[in-house]
Ligand binder design. Structure first.
Ligand code: SF4
Length: 61
């Protein structure tokens, strides 16, 4: 799975609350820890679905 956070992120922190292993806020912008995606895919999808501005772009390979 590939994940990126789009520039439209408003830094609300919902993704990092849902999935703190993969998403972390840095200067009001969500960053992705790619090393932790594997095994956390369901939680990544959950975070993407709950992002209020649809800023989490993910693709499944
Ligand atoms: S849930 Fe969306 S808007 Fe909120 S911090 Fe995460 S990526 Fe940004």
């Amino acid at each position: 799975m590939f994940i990126r956070v789009l520039k439209s992120c408003i830094g609300c922190g919902i993704c990092s609350q849902i999935n703190p292993e993969v998403f972390e806020l840095y200067k009001n912008y969500a960053t992705v820890n790619r090393d932790k995606i594997e095994g956390n895919e369901e939680s990544c999808i959950d975070a993407a679905l709950n992002c209020p501005v649809d800023a989490i772009d993910l693709n499944e390979y």
